[in-house]
Design a binder for this molecule. Structure first.
Ligand SMILES: Cc1ncc(COP(=O)(O)O)c(C=O)c1O
Length: 374
């Protein structure tokens, strides 16, 4: 066996996204102890950078030491107890995973289904909350990566408040690419992933809890059943003021990388990042139309960072993806769940969202489909 050297692939799938050299350089810096004073100072900056990205002043804003799925699980296990009623909006694969979390806790999921490829229907959610008094939480995916659809997070968080429920928001694919306005939405638990629009490697899940969410955590009847994800323990390590206690050994170098990636975002500015994602998405739409490919999601609900593209009739979608990878060094995603075989997913996330990448993928797709000269 030899050292592993991965091929150079342009990552234009549903994540991970391309990681800038600057972030890789940060990852390669010397490992220090996770209670080293220099590291502890960096952790404080990291929390502040996460507050900036989440647009919040929430004190409990930290990266969970595991991928986005752990952020999802942390939100549910800390806020939901056995027997609680939870309204889950399911318009894609990740809404289905939320339901799975609720079931495993021994809580009662009340699922509001919408067709994959369409946004969450706010009226249906309101009717469901009215029909089920005493719901503990309303959970939804802001940016459904499986379908490329954005839902109205502001309206859903407002509905949760009106009905006395906590809101749990999956912002894995949205953070950094489209506005995530935690405080102005009044969202209670929002989690994300490092590998999408933040362009750090996969493996960390930024998470923020409102004061209401922290109060709900403190008021629990039973201890959180996951020791590792119990935020009342994890907080002991992430709190400021030099009183940190050991909980688990933090993924030190990954945290350097996330710090650097968030620094890139803060130097670009949130609004500039959102505008860049939007412009490159529009360029992609024009490019795809020029080779007669369709975008099945309604224009107003399209995510700029994750583009669902209809597979033309008679085309072997897996063969096209294989050729993109082998002949052009480009990764795009397949459809997930009930969208398998029907769509490709082109991610223009974080550092991957550039005009050059858009042109590269459109040209390569055109060649693979015989709609453009090689
Ligand atoms: C919307 C959404 N939620 C949750 C996840 C799970 O994140 P991870 O794969 O980092 O565990 C993903 C990953 O693609 C996602 O897109």
């Amino acid at each position: 066996m030899k050292s592993f050297h991965p091929p150079e692939i342009l990552l234009l799938g549903p994540g991970p996204s391309p990681v800038p050299q600057r972030v890789l350089d940060a990852l390669a810096r010397p490992t220090v102890g996770h209670l080293d004073p220099s590291f502890v100072a960096m952790m404080d900056e990291l929390k502040e950078l996460l507050r900036f990205a989440f647009q919040t002043r929430n004190a409990l804003t930290i990266p969970i030491s595991a991928p986005g799925s752990a952020g999802m699980e942390a939100a549910f296990v800390n806020l939901v107890e056995p027997g609680d009623k939870v309204v889950i909006c399911r318009n894609g694969v990740f809404g289905g995973r939320m339901r799975e979390n609720v079931v495993r806790i021994g809580a009662i999921p009340i699922v509001v289904d919408d067709a994959f490829g369409t946004p969450i229907d706010i009226d249906k959610v309101e009717a469901t909350l009215m029909g089920h008094p005493g719901v503990k939480a309303l959970a939804f995916v802001h940016a459904e990566t499986s379908t490329g659809v954005e839902s109205d997070a502001a309206a859903l968080c407002a509905l949760a408040r009106e009905h006395g429920a906590l809101s749990i928001v999956d912002a894995v694919t949205s953070l950094g690419g489209i506005p995530v306005q935690t405080d102005s939405w009044g969202a209670d638990a929002v989690y994300s992933g490092s590998q999408k629009c933040l362009s750090a490697p996969p493996g960390l899940s930024p998470l923020t809890f409102s004061e209401r969410a922290v109060a709900a955590l403190k008021a629990r009847q039973r201890p959180v059943q996951s020791w590792f994800l119990d935020l009342s323990l994890v907080m002991g390590y992430w709190q400021g003021g030099g009183a940190r206690s050991y909980h688990h050994t933090a993924p030190v170098n990954m945290l350097y990388a996330l710090h650097e990636a968030l620094l890139c975002l803060s130097q670009e500015g949130l609004e500039a990042s959102f505008a860049r994602h939007r412009e490159n998405h529009l360029r992609l739409c024009r490019g795809l139309q020029s080779i007669d490919l369709e975008l099945p999601v309604a224009e107003r609900a399209r995510l700029p960072q994750l583009n669902a593209v209809g597979v033309p009739a008679g085309v072997d979608e897996a063969a096209v993806r294989r050729r993109l990878l082998t002949d052009f060094g480009i990764e795009i995603g397949a459809g997930l769940g009930e969208m398998a075989g029907k769509i490709w997913r082109i991610g223009l996330m974080g550092a991957g969202s550039t005009p050059q990448n858009v042109d590269r993928v459109v040209d390569a797709l055109g060649v693979c489909l015989g709609r453009r000269a090689a």
